[in-house]
Design a protein around this ligand. Sequence first.
Ligand code: HEM
Length: 375
Amino acid sequence: REHKVARQEDGKYLVGTYDEIAALLHDPRVSSDLRNRAEPDPSIMPPEGPPPSFIGRDDPEHDRLRRLAMRPFGPPHSPGRIDALRGDIARISGQLADGLRGKSSFDLVDDFAFPLPVTVICDLLGVPSEDIPQVHTWADTVVSGLDFPPDEDPGARRHAAYEARSAMGQYLGELAEKRRHSPTDDMLSALANEDGPEGALTQQELMVTTVLLLIAGHETTVNLITNGMLTLLRNPEALERLRAEPELIPSAVEELLRYEPPVQFLPQRTPLADIEVAGVTIPKGVPLILVLAAGSRDPLRFPDPDRFDPARRDNQHFGFGSGIHNCFGAPLARLETQIALTTLINLLDGPRLLKDPPEYRNSPVLRGPRHLLLG
Ligand code: HEM
């Protein structure tokens, strides 16, 4: 409460309290574009490459690209197309769950939480099923670029991530070209053939946008499902309550986004001017880190913040960020996690955690177990 803004030894500024994070996320003087850094940040800046996707752009370019990417989903804020996926998600979830039935032990990550969102996002975009394993390998390599294994040179990892991202962009660009000539009802066809009043995405914009959607749709939802089951198995009363009152599942998912969020912090904000926060001036051009996970447990904002309460009210967490970059895929991620938890709660009868705490991935940004063994 006394030191709401911290300056790290490496010169980066860190903010982790609710009101201050909210103010910065809604401040147009705070940029998401790493090209506004006074000095390049070798830990996250790719060495070369195309202009960033809209998660790394500021308005008005961010707004134009986000709106173009959103158009195939229907009118803004309408759950239309996503809600229509409910049946498909339930079917995939049920098939994966059937594969677990009767097994004496299984890995929730590899056997359920990973294949569900990956299959859904690939289907939605229009990646043919035979290419999904390759897309998965690329996406995994890109996301591993965020990991910091203690005994490894991060440079090699980032280089591999960069190469995988380029290969993915190339692949999606070629697929979009095919859909331009023979469209189907997938999102790639819609994006490739878009020519509404705001014009179309250029080929390069299409490539970086679809790579962003595939990657963003890959790892985060996996972690939310896994963190969710881990939290419920550690809180058996909450698990029993959800079994008895399934109508609480949506609010339990919101609570998981607050209590165990997959995205711990946003590493890529930069002030475009000197900005005063809680009496401290954060200088223009320096790296600014917003610790969303800490903001979502700020005791000034959330009563009893370290308690997992599946029926918590007024839960305006930062699990999906806030402001102009708030998560584009939130309706899909919510639906997938609600269905996944419902399926798992009904399937698992007295399951045990075989290893607690589980092995976590080495990423400071993304929090989630690498494997979660249940029996
Ligand atoms: C943005 C979290 C699922 C696509 C964000 C942000 C967060 C987040 C915290 C804000 C980033 C920032 O402010 O810089 C999550 C979590 C998910 C999830 C926790 C799952 C539980 C998805 C899915 C998709 C997606 C399934 C794609 C279909 C995006 C995109 C942005 C974004 C495109 C950038 C939005 C913009 O810059 O305007 N997400 N996300 N996310 N997310 Fe998600």
